[in-house]
Every structure is written in structure tokens, then in C-alpha cells.
Design a protein around this ligand. Structure first.
Ligand code: SF4
Ligand code: SF4
Length: 216
């Protein structure tokens, strides 16, 4: 979602511009929609604490103090996966998330006021799935992004041990995803919600370190 202000009109023109810029972040108000299965968890991904993300209100990049859960974009562009180009419509309009229901591009103050309030986090979404909640919590501490930042700094200063720990973290993240899908019977499409995007991709994107994928 994009919150650019446009004063030329006072009701939605269904131009789709906001939806084409990405899906919304979810808030407490969206829990009911998730519980009803109107938006499956496979349609979501998590941007983890410590990842860089665009603040749609200020426009700048920030290191997230708290994780965000968002609706995925389409595979080939940044549009929300539920946006339908053919008739500029939302495929889940009746169950669209809170941010979408409050999106008024001509009055960006409205959404700016709720933008970073009451955001849903994985431990709330998974409240009734203890084993997944525990797995998410363990992954979060094993692949902590603040710790990764420290290791990256040490690696750049020539610390071989730091480089080795970083490799272990990336391998842990890679193997955990395999185990959860193979032995835990979790759909692969759920992984970016459960554990955020693959750690090797985050490290490459955020710290500009090229990672070779684990072959083991
Ligand atoms: S809220 Fe604004 S940007 Fe979004 S579809 Fe409506 S007119 Fe377009
Ligand atoms: S959920 Fe619907 S209204 Fe919200 S960004 Fe996606 S397509 Fe647009």
C-alpha cells in the first residue's frame, strides 16, 4: 500500500494505484479475517524485526523495531496478489484488510494515524498452534538480525569466526525450512510467513553479501 496524498477527489476512483504498490500490513482488526480462513496464511509473509522496510508514512527506509505481517505481492511485480488488473478489482474485497478499508489516498492522515498501531505479529496469529509458535520463536532467536548485523561488522573487519557463525545461521535457516515442509507437512507457501523470507536473501539484500546456497 502507498499513502500518497491526492487532493483532486474525495472518494475512491478505483484506479488501483495503492494496490499496485503492494499488499497491506495486517493489524489486530484482521485477526477475524484470518481465523475465518478468508485470507490463508500462505498468502502472507513476515518482514522480521531488524529488517529494513519502507515506512509508507515518512517514505524512508527503517530497521523494523517490531515485525510486520503483510499480504504477498504477485510473483512478477509489486502489486498485491489479490489485485485483479482486468477490472481493477480486489479479489477479496468483502474481506479486505483493515488498512485497505481505511485507505483514502486523498486523506492520508487517516491511514497514517493507524499505520503502525496494533500490528499483528506471528505469536498472535499462531496462538492456537503452540508447536509452530515455538518453532517461530526458536528460529527468531537462532537467526536474530541484530546479532547478524554484529557478525557482518566483525566479518568485514576480518573476523573468520564471525563469517563461520553467519554461514551456520544461513544453513540452519535453510535446513529448518526443508524439515518443516518434509517432516512437518507444512506447505512451502507458508514458510515466508513462519520464518520470514529466506535468510540468505535477507543478508544479500540488506548487507550486500553474496551467499552461495548450501549444497548439503
Ligand atoms: S484509494 Fe486512491 S489510489 Fe487507491 S484505488 Fe482508490 S483512488 Fe486509487
Ligand atoms: S487486499 Fe485488495 S484492496 Fe487490499 S491491497 Fe490487496 S487488492 Fe488492494
Amino acid at each position: 500500500m502507498d499513502f500518497s496524498n491526492n487532493q483532486n477527489f474525495s472518494e475512491c476512483q478505483r484506479c488501483g494505484t495503492c494496490c499496485k504498490k503492494g499488499g497491506p500490513a495486517l493489524h489486530y482488526e484482521d485477526q477475524e479475517i484470518l481465523d475465518a480462513g478468508s485470507i490463508p496464511l500462505a498468502s502472507l509473509y513476515t518482514i522480521r524485526k531488524g529488517e529494513l522496510a519502507r515506512n509508507n508514512v515518512t517514505g524512508g527506509l527503517i530497521s523494523l523495531p517490531v515485525e510486520i505481517i503483510k499480504i504477498k505481492s504477485r510473483p512478477d511485480d509489486s502489486a498485491c496478489m489479490y489485485y485483479n488488473d482486468a477490472d481493477a478489482s480486489c479479489e477479496i474485497y468483502e474481506n479486505r484488510p483493515f488498512e485497505c478499508r481505511n485507505m483514502e489516498c486523498w486523506n492520508s492522515d487517516k491511514i497514517a494515524a493507524l499505520y503502525d498501531q496494533n500490528r499483528l505479529i506471528r505469536s498472535l496469529v499462531l496462538e492456537k498452534a503452540d508447536w509452530l509458535k515455538d518453532l517461530v520463536s526458536t528460529h527468531e532467536s537462532e537467526c536474530d538480525l541484530d546479532q547478524i548485523q554484529t557478525l557482518v561488522n566483525k566479518r568485514e573487519a576480518g573476523d573468520a569466526e564471525a563469517a563461520s557463525v553467519l554461514t551456520e545461521m544461513i544453513n540452519y535457516d535453510f535446513h529448518l525450512r526443508s524439515i518443516v515442509t518434509e517432516k512437518g507437512k507444512i506447505a512451502p507457501e507458508m514458510l515466508d510467513f513462519l520464518f520470514g523470507r529466506p535468510l540468505n536473501e535477507i543478508i544479500t539484500r540488506q548487507f550486500k553479501i553474496k551467499i552461495e546456497k548450501s549444497k548439503s
